[in-house]
Design a protein around this ligand. Structure first.
Ligand SMILES: O=C(O)c1cc(=O)[nH]c(=O)n1[C@@H]1O[C@H](COP(=O)(O)O)[C@@H](O)[C@H]1O
Length: 307
């Protein structure tokens, strides 16, 4: 999958992933009205509104954006109905040939991590059969439990040619509370970065590893250091747009080959119609506003890279 991701980024000339974080407050009234008319103000109604919202956005971006990142919490809050839409969204994006990064941030003791890896990337044994469950292409993984929590994911990645992005330096304001703590004089995120390079060396694609990293756009200097520590890891870079990350901050997350990073924007794209800049599209045409916002983001990042 890392090879497919790299190929798609090259072909579409777009190192960009759109985060499908469909918060209710961003779903246009006409979609909610129609869904509630059919299912009432129920979890099913909410799920239907989310589905219609996602589908319209995907239909408007799949030809210009290589990947999507559905954030599972936004679906999970609606229980089983939400998770059905998570699954439906994953399947639909794959049918449009998009690479799907399941933002599930899992990680546990070995036996439990194994089940998480199977759930999201692998196949579960049912009698004599092996069946796929959510079947994303990549998953985000939390490394706090150490190698026990990561190895089951690496094993499934090797078997299924899938990938993971391991949290190394997160974009949020309090990420330094633990991640920046010095251990033997070096920040923890650097030590995690070194482990990412080590785990990743076991499962290489053509040029990049199946094991990537998450490094927030909001910490550009740290991104520059981490780029050097993990030269073969693809870096998923959240924090552009809504969290304040700018294109010029992202340049050093990339390698000399112009590859090595994929920048996420969720609210900045899916809720574009709520912004002054895209207001001319109107709420009814929210998905066209998302397309324009994606085009603008791609141009912005490519502009900074080719300065
Ligand atoms: O793993 C992630 O994707 C992630 C890591 C991180 O350090 N920061 C971060 O914002 N994210 C996710 O990236 C998305 C950012 O959304 P926006 O701020 O709306 O673009 C959310 O789904 C977050 O959960």
């Amino acid at each position: 999958m890392i090879n497919k991701l790299v190929d798609k980024i090259k072909k579409q000339n777009a190192p960009v992933v759109v985060g499908l974080d469909p918060m209710m407050k961003f779903i246009p009234e006409h979609l909610k009205k129609a869904a509630f008319a059919e299912y009432g103000e129920t979890l099913e109604g909410a799920a239907e509104a989310i589905w219609q919202f996602n589908k319209a956005i995907v239909d408007n971006i799949y030809d210009i954006v290589p990947a999507v990142k559905p954030q599972v919490a936004m679906y999970e809050q609606f229980g089983i109905e939400g998770m059905k839409v998570f699954q439906k969204t994953v399947d639909y994006c794959k049918s449009k040939d998009m690479v799907v990064i399941g933002d599930v941030k899992r990680g546990d003791i070995g036996s439990t991590s194994e089940a998480y890896a199977v759930a999201h990337l692998g196949k579960v044994q049912v009698g004599s059969k092996k069946l796929s469950a959510f079947n994303e292409d990549f998953a985000t993984v939390n490394p706090y439990l150490g190698s026990d929590g990561i190895n089951p994911f690496v094993k499934v990645c090797k078997e299924e040619k899938k990938g993971i992005f391991i949290l190394v330096k997160t974009s949020n304001p309090s990420s330094g509370e633990f991640q920046d703590r010095l251990i033997d004089g070096r920040p923890l995120y650097e030590l995690v970065g070194e482990k990412v390079a080590e785990w990743g060396s076991e499962c290489m694609g053509d040029d990049y590893s199946y094991v990537g990293a998450v490094v927030g756009a909001t910490y550009p200097e740290m991104g520059k250091t981490l780029r050097k520590i993990m030269p073969k890891a693809y870096i998923l870079v959240p924090g552009y747009g809504a969290q304040g990350g700018k294109a010029e901050d992202l340049v050093h997350f990339f390698n000399e080959d112009g590859l090595g990073a994929i920048v996420n924007s969720s609210r900045g794209i899916i809720a574009a119609y709520t912004k002054e800049q895209y207001a001319k599209f109107g709420e009814e045409h929210f998905a066209e506003a998302s397309r324009q916002a994606a085009l603008d983001m791609i141009a912005d990042i490519n502009g900074a890279l080719h300065k």
